[in-house]
Design a protein around this ligand. Structure first.
Ligand code: PT1
Length: 259
């Protein structure tokens, strides 16, 4: 899953893709580099990010979504808002990626009314404050129980299990130790019975490990993506599609004896 930020304040792209044409061109490049899926976001959710108005978010996402409908890969929209979900689905989105796991009033209904896929992500708190001393007794147990409950809520709302992906939400209300514990035990999330997604790309825990700023976390991001895949994640949310695919190709050649 290639990341397409259509935000002026995104944590690593620094607004370079605010320009609509640039965002569209970048999406085409990610697709050409081998992305199986693109995730279009109009509101940054990195730590400390402020919420964006609904009309502003819609105005960022919809034109890009419409311009990319001819791509041969499905498009996901990263949003917490039911109105944006409905408009994005009407404009051809195939998946909703929600860092709030459809908790907003009306979100379950918006997704249930279509046949799209949905990514349910765990977070503790809101992006503006979520890194202020997050605490868990057992981070894996708590995140897993939350995702299981959200999967059950989806099924009760008429969203079939086959449409659902679960994501532990690396960096969302988690310390470096929490993020590492979740990655170390990521294989346990298979017990949820749905595909697992993982997003480590350029995140601050990789900065803490390597001592590098967001723009220099490529190798660390590829390593985290590969480790996620080896632990069973089948959707990797990444900025650097080409490099991640190469790393996966080496592992898959070894695993499957295809080279
Ligand atoms: C993610 C994800 C996402 N991450 C899904 N959607 C972001 N499903 C946005 C940092 O610590 O992992 N899964 N949508 C980006 N969010 C963050 C969070 C970016 C933390 C940066 C950090 O640097």
């Amino acid at each position: 899953m290639g990341v397409l930020n259509v935000t002026p304040d995104s944590f690593s792209d620094g607004g370079r893709f605010m320009d609509r044409a640039a965002a569209i061109a970048h999406a085409r490049r990610l697709a050409a580099e081998g992305a199986d899926l693109l995730d279009i976001g109009g509101e940054s959710s990195r730590p400390g990010a402020a919420p964006v108005g609904e009309d502003e978010e819609l105005g960022r996402i919809l034109p890009v979504l419409q311009a990319l409908r001819d791509l041969p890969i499905p498009l996901s929209v990263d949003t917490r808002r039911p109105r944006i979900m409905r408009e994005a689905l009407a404009a051809g989105a195939s998946m909703i990626n929600d860092i709030e796991a459809l908790e907003a009033p009306g979100a379950l209904e918006a997704v249930a009314a279509s046949s799209c896929g949905v990514c349910l992500m765990h977070k503790k708190g809101d992006p503006a404050t979520m890194q202020q001393d997050p605490a868990y007794a057992d981070v894996v147990a708590e995140v897993k129980a939350y995702l299981a409950a959200r999967i059950a809520a989806c099924e009760a709302a008429g969203i079939a299990r086959e449409r659902i992906v679960a994501d532990p939400g690396f960096g969302f209300g988690k310390t470096e130790a929490h993020n590492l514990e979740l990655l170390r035990r990521l294989a346990e999330f298979a017990e949820l019975g749905v595909p697992v997604a993982s997003g480590w790309s350029r995140k601050s825990t990789l900065g803490a490990i390597t001592g590098r700023p967001a723009g220099e976390r490529l190798a660390a991001s590829v390593a985290a993506a590969l480790l996620s895949a080896q632990a069973g994640a089948t959707i990797l949310r990444v900025h650097d599609v080409k490099e991640t695919r190469d790393a996966l190709a080496v592992w898959l050649a070894l695993r499957d004896g295809t080279a």
